[in-house]
Design a protein around this ligand. Sequence first.
Ligand code: FES
Length: 170
Amino acid sequence: MSEKEHRVSRRQFLNYTLTGVGGFMAAGIIMPMARFALDPILEKEAGTEKVAVAQVKDITTEPKRFDYKVKQVDGWHKSDEPKSAWVFKNESGDIIALSPICKHLGCTVNWNANKDHPNQFYCPCHGGRYEKDGTNIPGTPPLAPLDVYESQIKDGTLYLGKAKPRGGAK
Ligand code: FES
């Protein structure tokens, strides 16, 4: 090859330089926009992982309310959402964690809160009632049992995930 073939003309030099600088600037603009658009999709879905809620030693056969928080991501807004669960051991010794959300219109149910209906979950809004295992009592407004949290026990700690409907309405 001759020396002449290796020489870059002024026009070629400008073309290469402007293409490189233009590409660099375009990447600087496009990359943040792409990340902004894709971040919520790529981020692990919040609320899917289980959260430590209680020590197993604190759980008895009497339903007890435990309050906790889960990380909530709504678009680009992150927050700690307060949650509650009614937790107890059933006759077999299994730990049951019930959602406190009434299946009628979403009020919060309480355990043993109505002296006329002891040992039941009671909803103060319209008098909804549930058995200890969360089954709705026929003749009261709720038409489905209380949801049950996905649960896991690890190193003496109870972890709860999402509350799942059980179906089997009375
Ligand atoms: S919201 Fe609970 S009975 Fe209506």
